[in-house]
Design a protein around this ligand. Structure first.
Ligand SMILES: Nc1ncnc2c1ncn2[C@@H]1O[C@H](COP(=O)(O)OP(=O)(O)O)[C@@H](O)[C@H]1O
Ligand SMILES: [Mg+2]
Length: 421
């Protein structure tokens, strides 16, 4: 099973389908999730949909070009869309999203007590999984507003793509965990007679903790936890609702990967996880694929030709005869190792030309080896998951940091011909 026989992902059909309401771009770090999400957003808007893209960590120049470099945690319309639709974009401000939840679900003083609590501050600023959790939370909010007909979600730069799906549960179990309950108990148990016995244990316990942590720090933990306690039921419920949203028809996952072993292994795990969780996978985006305009010249032949040129260079240097300059390309294109050249020297000194040609052939050989390696890696993925539709985006010469670059990526993403085919 090779990639060439894998079904082709029709990304335009996916974007055009009015039933498609959410597209989630997942994958390992640095593979092009943010770029893909933004490119699909531009594409869908220019084809007529009203789209919002939730980006997580856009590169600064990309954010600037979309007009979302000011962090205000709400979608802004992107200028310069050429077509009937509209594009809104935002980047997730994790801490702000967390604060908004507290403000929405706790009243006045209580909200302030939480927001000012140092434990809340460190939790909201980057507890493992909070970014993923907040991305989900934001997605839920955007969907609830119902102002867009398509929401495209980028996912956080986690080491593992699975973190995005695991985070709500992990945060939930942290908030629900024994440590937290232990700490909450003294704060909650005050009035309850039945808790008296427990309370004695607890105050001893908190006494010890108080010595360890310092009394005021402990009070902070307790206030925080008691306050969160009223909230986390809500966290749970919403996380579960968003999780169900991800399973609903109308949601499509795109797994993004580069043709490298680790990224594709990650993609394979993710595909399996989506299947297990009954979440709809639309396909695989293979990004930053290398190709060559001279793929007909194999690495082996290019190297052989380079060697021939080297030998000739040495011979020529010895005999004083210079003849290899033009022959170099001949040798390469016939792929032969035939070094016979009887035309004799013209007396010119083109040994630098010969060296240059040999160096170029070696570079070409290196590139062909990269291509072959990428192909083997891709084929391995295709063999594991032959059912997954694939689209490929070639590695562009520069970074993608403006609408024109995003259009180029989108063009490749949605092309129905494999690059180089
Ligand atoms: N097809 C491509 N060709 C060239 N550069 C790309 C391509 N896709 C992404 N990039 C660049 O790679 C870098 C990482 O992409 P990004 O979308 O931020 O990855 P992720 O969100 O997965 O971490 C960015 O600098 C981006 O411009
Ligand atoms: Mg990113």
């Amino acid at each position: 099973m090779s990639l060439d026989t894998a079904p082709r992902l029709d990304a335009d059909a996916l974007l055009d389908d009015p039933q498609t309401r959410i597209v989630v771009c997942c994958g390992a770090g640095g593979v092009g999730k943010t770029t893909t999400a933004a490119a699909l957003g531009v594409r869908a808007a220019e084809r007529g949909r009203r789209v919002v893209v939730l980006t997580i960590d856009p590169a600064k120049r990309l954010a600037q070009s979309m007009g979302i470099d000011a962090l205000d945690n709400s979608p802004r319309q992107v200028e310069g869309i050429e077509g009937p639709g509209e594009l809104y974009a935002m980047m997730l401000d994790m801490k702000r999203t967390f604060d908004e939840i507290v403000e929405a679900h706790a009243e006045g003083d209580r909200a302030r007590a939480i927001l000012e609590n140092p434990f809340y501050q460190s939790l909201s600023a980057g507890f493992a999984g909070t970014q993923e959790y907040m991305a989900m939370e934001k997605l839920g909010q955007l969907r609830a507003r119902d102002s867009w007909d398509l929401i495209i979600v980028d996912t956080p730069p986690s080491r593992s793509a699975l973190d995005f799906l695991d985070a709500p549960k992990r945060l939930g179990s942290f908030l629900d965990g024994r440590f937290i309950r232990l700490l909450t108990a003294p704060a909650k148990a005050g009035g309850r007679a039945g808790m008296k016995f427990l309370n004695v244990g607890m105050s001893m316990m908190t006494g010890t903790l108080g010595k360890l942590l310092g009394a005021s720090l402990l009070r902070d933990v307790q206030t925080f936890v008691a306050a969160m306690d009223t909230l986390f039921g809500g966290f749970r419920t919403r996380a579960e609702a968003t999780y169900r949203l991800l399973q609903a028809p109308g949601t499509a996952f795109l797994v993004v990967a580069t043709p490298e072993r680790d990224a594709l292994r990650e993609a394979a795990y993710f595909v399996e996880r989506l299947e297990a969780d009954r979440m709809p996978l639309a396909g695989l985006v293979l990004n930053r694929v290398h190709e060559s305009g001279a793929a007909q010249l194999s690495a082996e032949r290019a190297l052989a030709a380079a060697e021939t040129l080297d030998e000739r260079g040495v011979d020529d240097a010895g005999s004083g005869a210079k003849s290899a300059g033009a022959a170099g390309t001949d040798t390469a294109s016939t792929g032969g190792t035939d070094t016979a050249d009887t035309t004799g020297g013209t007396g010119g000194t083109d040994s630098t030309g010969t060296e240059g040609a040999a160096a170029l052939l070696r570079l070409h050989a290196e590139r062909m080896q990269v291509l072959a390696h990428e192909r083997r890696t891709r084929d391995r993925f295709a063999a594991l998951h032959p059912e997954v539709p694939v689209t490929q985006v070639t590695a562009l010469p520069g970074d993608v940091h403006d609408l024109a670059g995003l259009r180029d990526v989108a063009e490749l993403l949605t092309a129905q011909e494999a690059p180089g085919a």
